[in-house]
Design a protein around this ligand. Sequence first.
Ligand code: G6P
Length: 606
Amino acid sequence: MCGIIGIIGENSVSDDLIKSLERLEYRGYDSAGIATVYNGRMDRRRANGKLKNLISLIHNSPLKGSTGIGHTRWATHGRPTERNAHPHMNEDVSVVHNGIIENFRELRSELEKAGCIFYTETDTETIAHMISYYIRHGAGIVDAVGRALKRLKGTFALGIIFSTDEDIMIAARRGSPLAIGHGNTAMYIGSDAIALAPFTSAVTYLEEGDWAVISSKNAIIRDSNDEVVQRSVTALEVCNFQMGKGNHRHYMHKEIHEQPEVISRTLSNYIDKAELKLHPFDIGVDLSTIDRIIISGCGTSFYSSLVGRYWIERYACIPVEVDFSSELRYREPPLSPNSLALFISQSGETADTLAALRYFKAKHQTVASVVNVHTSTIARESNVVIPTLAGSEVGVASTKAFTCQLSAIACFCLMLAKSQKNVTKFNEREIISGLVDAPNLIAAMLSDERPFNNLAYELAKASNVLYLGRGINCPVALEGALKLKEVSYIHAEGYPAGELKHGPIALVDEKIPVIVLAPKDKLFNKTVSNMQEIASRGGRIVFVSDANSDEAGCELLAHLPIPKAHPCVMPLLCAVSVQLIAYHTAVIMGTDIDQPRNLAKSVTVE
Ligand code: G6P
């Protein structure tokens, strides 16, 4: 989603602003721009589409100045045009903004009555005019921003510069993350640490409601009551910011291939691999008293929540419900004092997930989260954090974060089972041994992608694809369909295999590929029966299984073998299959794999 960078220093900032915007591209955007102040005058360059358009604009018409802000915009209010691109500017101020100003219509009409002329359809332009209005009515720069912030409803991360004072940049945060970077001769603001990583490893994360007046030497931070506060400076984990694609054509491919390593790293956080047992754990909450769990997330994280339900109900014997974060709080579910709300998020910044988390916190529920970005808002606002160690995920379509979520949730499930004294009901050592084997099995799957590449030529001809799975692999079928849609733009739907006959079978004809996740578990024979139903109607089956192809009992479009493994590890192996299916199909379709159209990596608006 939108990205912010701001720099205030001694040297020209234009190139560094662009360098940082390049690192923010992964978040997803449809236009970009920068503004600088130089000799009492502000100027900006903005361009629709990819960053290369902005770069060529700046190449032809450079911007001077040692204070500047930059933005990648994912349109919310107003079409993705150059006119609506940030920074928004008038003679006094220039503003970049992430988030949504909910009361912008009333503020805009108030300002229009006062004589302000608006040029865009955006909510952000209102902020620029509001600050300017106060400056023109006698307020100093800092006071004007303070007053304007109090008028805004909704969410924002803001970077603001001023034509009358090159030595000030103001940052503000409510609902959308923003960090300050401390350099030797310059100070920075960034919507995420990745934007700041080329310049500094010393970062201060603004708290909710904070705003900061920044010079090239320091930052004075105020809280939402305008009191000056001290916020700590933390060191960026440098290893998280090795952003290159290496030998891979796309980040998505690189991240699929990183899975053996990052799953192993995540498991090591919870499991003693030599002894095949959990590390001693004290996560600050008495897990033995938990009698109900509500799990929630968005997109891919929603599907890992669904897999988690199967594990936790089965091994920890605790009832679990799962809902989309965007829906959960509107249901107003009845809560019990001993329930645990568990939120799953790669970024830890997804607005829907954060809003659901805050709803449960306000109801005095214990809140835990499985997050990949350990400094994120969701991590900071949770009572318990169950980290994944996937490293930075750049491809918009989540891959390694998903399998690391599954790994962490599986370990958390074992902690729950142990605390509830349910470990006698299953063989804990056997499950741990299965999990420990997973990285090697995945590495073996990744050693030969030819079957996926061959299949991709067939899938690329299809307009619709069905994904089926049963039991714990059903959510992975849903994730498979999501992955194909996201990166190849081919319509796909995932269903429980047994549900096919209740409607979706009407879609089956000789044109539709049906990808069936069918590990040879106790549900295998039932899934095979469903495949017969498809085959007898001409459907073309892709059999993802550790069984032999002749066990499918019908003609196959393809057999994508997965290694034999403990049933509880199968979701991880099936996940890798569906990722490779989606990736190779997208390569043939020639789509923008790492930044698919209309999608954002971290969705910070509801
Ligand atoms: C966006 C991304 C998805 C991701 C979802 C949840 O929609 O495009 O890939 O699964 O957000 O993100 P989170 O960071 O909360 O896991």
